[in-house]
Design a binder for this molecule. Structure first.
Ligand code: F6R
Length: 239
């Protein structure tokens, strides 16, 4: 695990965008795994800026997002498809048909998503955030390390945390479709971003904790190629 320490979320975005752009320059047809949430927004802003300055093109890039709320259509303003279109895809030259977000409404056979990823040659670089409880994707504490893409229950703490995006906590879906931990671990390289004081405990487990489903992020200690970008606050509990 390679750790890059930065000052704040803005600086994390600059560094993460550089790493993603290097990947695209090496392989313009690369497959990127993408995340939603607050943390990667600055990364997406830098990717958009660099695209506008003709430093990078996404015209042959393929993307697979980590997760989607169950029951939300991609047109719902709080769906992750809507988030990705608005925060990134609509502002770069990616072909929208090359972008994939798990369906929140057609959830009969979620593991089809893993087959699609495999058919695309696997994920070259997976971008991750991290939950306060150590979740990656929506793989909450207790999730099997062997899990593939499936419908998962969100914990009350995650529902509370994500209520900030909805008009009221009752409107937050209680289930999501998420890539599994095995799906994530099959990515060739992983780039995790953690910023803010509320991530400090999860980061301490990620880096130094015992590998255990109690903190799903700890599985990343066993992946051969992980880069973690942490800001001062998120790194404040590291020894
Ligand atoms: C998002 C995802 C989640 C978030 C995590 C952190 O697609 O899978 O694991 O990365 O909940 O969210 P933020 O960045 O909002 O703190």
């Amino acid at each position: 695990m390679k750790i890059i320490k930065v000052k704040n979320n803005e600086e994390a975005g600059v560094v993460a965008a550089q790493i993603i752009e290097q990947k695209i320059q090496t392989n313009p047809q690369c497959v990127l795994g993408l995340a939603t949430g607050s943390t990667p927004i600055s990364t997406y802003q830098h990717l958009i800026k660099d695209y506008q300055n003709q430093k990078v093109s996404f015209k042959d890039v393929i993307t697979y997002n980590l997760d989607e709320y169950q029951g939300l259509l991609g047109t719902h303003p709080e769906s992750y498809r809507y988030f990705m279109n608005g925060k990134l895809f609509n502002h770069i030259d990616i072909k929208i048909e090359n972008t994939h977000v798990p369906s929140g409404t057609d959830t009969k056979n979620p593991a089809v998503y893993d087959e699609l990823i495999q058919q695309a040659g696997g994920i070259d670089l997976q971008l991750l955030g991290i939950g306060v409880n150590g979740h990656i994707g929506f793989n909450e504490p207790g999730t099997s390390f062997d899990s593939l893409t499936s419908v998962v229950d969100l914990t009350p703490s995650t529902i509370q945390m994500n209520a900030r995006f909805f008009a009221s906590v009752d409107l937050v879906p209680t289930k999501a479709v998420s890539m599994g931990l095995k799906t994530i671990m099959q990515s060739k390289q992983i780039l995790l971003l953690a910023t803010g004081a509320n991530k400090a405990e999860a980061v301490a487990h990620l880096v130094n904790g015992e590998v255990s489903p109690a903190w799903p992020c700890t599985i990343l200690q066993t992946h051969p190629d992980v880069i973690v970008i942490i800001d001062q606050e998120a790194g404040s509990m590291l020894k």
